[in-house]
Design a binder for this molecule. Structure first.
Ligand code: PHE
Length: 449
């Protein structure tokens, strides 16, 4: 088998893995979830979830992947029992389904980027609402953009770990940060922006209840790409001397910082023109194009430029995430069926394109339903509410209770070369806190507790 490749430097490891974590989940979902669930109160709970569950969960997946240096299924099996490969299979399946529907929204962003560049998003509110409705109910166009996004992802993956994933992450992640900073500064300088900053950051603990905590936990899992075997696959390209605790902490903090910055980009601009930011797709495809036009008309950085920057930001963020989802299955087919990497990538591309087409049609043009939900919503529900938590739960049980503790310790401390002080905290979290919390979310969402 050809050389698997490794990320070339510590920076590459951070940028590629943060690229997976930072995506539409941060820039789109986090801001309105925060706004709806008590602002800063939600952020405090979210941070607690990231620290207590997210970082230990990330380290666990890192240990599995970095130790085995192979695809997710074989990596889990190599921990001791052959049946554990099913946890890897589950991760591969989860990420394939997520890629299918995520690509649909990413495809919309791509269409909007081109529309913004072509100046087609200039118009009054009614025009922008009509534009979105016409586009999303078209049977062909959104499908083509979704499939186009899967193909762009394919092209990067086919180049390999270093020339593809690493190179694109090194280019797009700094660009993403720069674009976000420009948009945040522009937004916070608008008259009346303070109300938006307050809305995001003023703690309202009266809104906090069990649902809010579970919401924070679910958001942390999705945002950190946990439970999909994605981190495990990327960690198989880490070096043996990578400090896993430090890397997980840096990536989690970067991911959270970007989510908060995204809130500081969206709310001040929306409040400045008196728009209540609502949730769902309409936020990025109707509310924000409107806000950009109104708030920034007549300014040097006007609505046209800011819309282009905003959709470029979304496309870059989505692409670094879809790359990581694609890589999980590609590595699997490449190594398990011995297909050349490019051919393995095609399998994923064809399957995900098919899922994207059906999800896309269910989101507008046709009434494709499964269990009473449009197919797109069903895929979202199935992955985020069932498959991700199950993957995370099984990983924590295996790492906390079933595998040899000495092996876990050796990987955590890089064979004793890193101080052990945090190891006990990690083990405690992975044995008790992580599985109990996941079990609680699970039972709560099905109404058992
Ligand atoms: N973490 C990504 C986001 O926030 C989504 C993702 C989920 C990526 C699972 C990979 C695997 O958008």
């Amino acid at each position: 088998m050809e050389n698997r490749g490794n990320f070339g430097s510590k920076l590459a490891i951070i940028l590629a893995t943060a690229g997976s974590a930072i995506g539409l989940g941060n820039i789109w979902r986090f801001p309105f979830t925060t706004g709806q669930n008590g602002g800063a109160a939600f952020i405090v709970i979210y941070f607690a979830c990231v620290l207590l569950l997210g970082i230990p969960g990330m380290i666990s997946e890192f240990i599995v992947g970095r130790r085995a240096q192979t695809n997710a299924a074989r990596a889990y099996a190599s921990l001791g029992r052959k049946e554990w490969r099913f946890v890897g299979y589950l991760g591969i399946l989860t990420s394939t389904i997520i890629l299918g529907f995520y690509a649909v929204v990413a495809g919309w962003c791509l269409q909007y980027l081109l529309a913004a560049i072509a100046g087609q998003l200039n118009g009054d509110t009614q025009y922008i609402v009509n534009y979105f409705q016409e586009f999303s109910s078209d049977p062909v166009k959104p499908c083509l953009w979704g499939v186009a996004f899967v193909f762009i992802t394919h092209f990067v993956i086919a180049q390999g770990v270093n020339k593809g994933i690493e190179r694109v992450s090194k280019l797009l992640m700094p660009l993403l940060l720069i674009l976000l900073m420009i948009l945040v500064v522009a937004s916070c300088m608008l008259p009346g922006a303070v109300a938006g900053i307050e809305f995001l950051l003023k703690p309202d603990f009266s809104k906090v209840n069990g649902d809010v905590i579970l919401e924070a936990l679910g958001q942390a899992f999705f945002s950190l790409s946990l439970g999909t075997a994605c981190l495990c696959t990327y960690a198989s390209y880490f070096n043996r001397d990578t400090n896993l605790l430090k890397s997980a902490t840096q990536i989690a903090l970067l991911d959270s910082a970007i989510a908060i910055l995204a809130g500081l980009m969206i709310f001040p601009a929306a409040f400045s023109v008196g728009v209540q930011p609502d949730s769902g797709p309409s936020l990025i495809f109707i509310t924000l194009p409107n806000v950009f036009q109104q708030a920034f008309s007549g300014m040097p950085l006007n609505g046209y430029i800011l819309s282009c920057l905003f959709y470029a930001l979304l496309v870059f963020a989505a692409l670094t995430s879809t790359i990581s989802m694609h890589e999980i299955g590609t590595a699997f087919f490449h190594e398990e069926i011995n297909l050349p990497r490019k051919r393995a990538a095609w399998i994923l591309t064809v399957v995900c394109s098919a899922i994207a087409v059906f999800c896309s049609l269910s989101a507008g043009a046709y009434d494709l339903q499964l269990f009473g939900m449009p197919l797109m919503d069903f895929c979202d529900f199935l992955t985020a509410k069932i498959m991700l938590p199950v993957g995370g739960f099984l990983t924590s049980i295996i790492m906390g209770w079933l595998v040899d503790r000495k092996m876990v310790q050796d990987e955590f401390t890089n064979q004793g070369t890193i101080r052990e002080s945090f190891f006990r905290a990690y083990i405690f979290s992975i044995r008790y806190i992580v599985p109990c919390c996941i079990l609680m979310i699970f039972l709560h969402q099905f109404g058992v507790i």
